[in-house]
Design a binder for this molecule. Structure first.
Ligand code: SAM
Length: 212
């Protein structure tokens, strides 16, 4: 099951020509506090590079739900993935369905979301709805770590993504750049989810910041 083939078939959805390399998987999994996480979601699992990295670090009583929109990737991952200790599910669904998925798997509040979704290739509406779905399922002390290409961070779409994250999280911290990746990558680590009722003020505040 090749990334390149799926990228040629659907570049905007696939978002990459290759699976994440070891150094990227390390940076992503080290960016989350997985020692105490019991309910973990991965968004855009692809062929499972990050899924396997997460399983290596999670405690034996943790549950991982890996969400992947591409049916072929999801089926292949489900067939291949085994874990001696953790409970792991592969869901062939959109990340925007997260609240329903969490209900179906009876997860309750989620401790950690690990995303490698191609945010900058999504329409603003889908990106917003998917970020809202993440905020909806996260526990108050839950965290999102989301992978980004370094060169995209300075584009209008990259700046818009950062702004959308800041509207939805009290803290958005950049993680170290993985220069060994092609292209170089980093992640945003986002904590203190802002519930929709509190968000009006933050949208106003970020509009004021932009205007000044
Ligand atoms: C850049 S790849 C990352 C794959 C893998 N996690 C890795 O690091 O090698 C992004 C993945 O997100 C999936 N994807 C894109 N949009 C999605 C969505 N809305 N919901 C779930 N998965 C999605 C793509 O099919 C693709 O497998």
């Amino acid at each position: 099951m090749g990334f390149l083939r799926e990228f040629i078939r659907n570049p905007r959805q696939t978002g990459s020509i290759a699976a994440s390399s070891g150094p990227v998987v390390r940076m992503m999994t080290e960016s989350l506090d997985l020692s105490s996480a019991r309910r973990v979601i991965e968004l855009g699992a692809g062929t499972g590079a990050l899924t396997e990295g997460l399983l290596r670090r999670l405690d034996s009583d943790a549950t991982l739900v890996a969400v992947e929109l591409n049916r072929e990737f999801a089926d292949a991952l489900r067939d291949r993935l085994t874990s001696d200790s953790n409970t792991v599910h592969v869901a062939n669904r959109s990340a925007a369905d997260l609240p329903e998925l969490v209900r179906e798997h009876r997860l309750g509040e989620v401790d950690a979301v690990c995303s490698s979704l191609p945010w900058t290739l999504m329409t603003p509406d889908v990106r917003g709805a998917t970020l809202d779905a993440i905020v909806d399922v996260l526990a108050d002390d839950g965290e999102l770590v989301t992978l980004t290409c370094l060169h995209q961070a300075a584009t209008a779409q990259g700046r818009r993504l950062r702004q959308m994250l800041r509207e939805r999280f009290g803290q958005v911290r950049r993680q170290r750049v993985v220069w060994a990746a092609v292209p170089p990558m980093f992640a945003y680590r986002c904590s203190e989810p802002v519930r929709p009722a509190e968000r009006g003020d933050r949208v106003g505040a970020s509009a004021t910041r932009r205007a000044t």
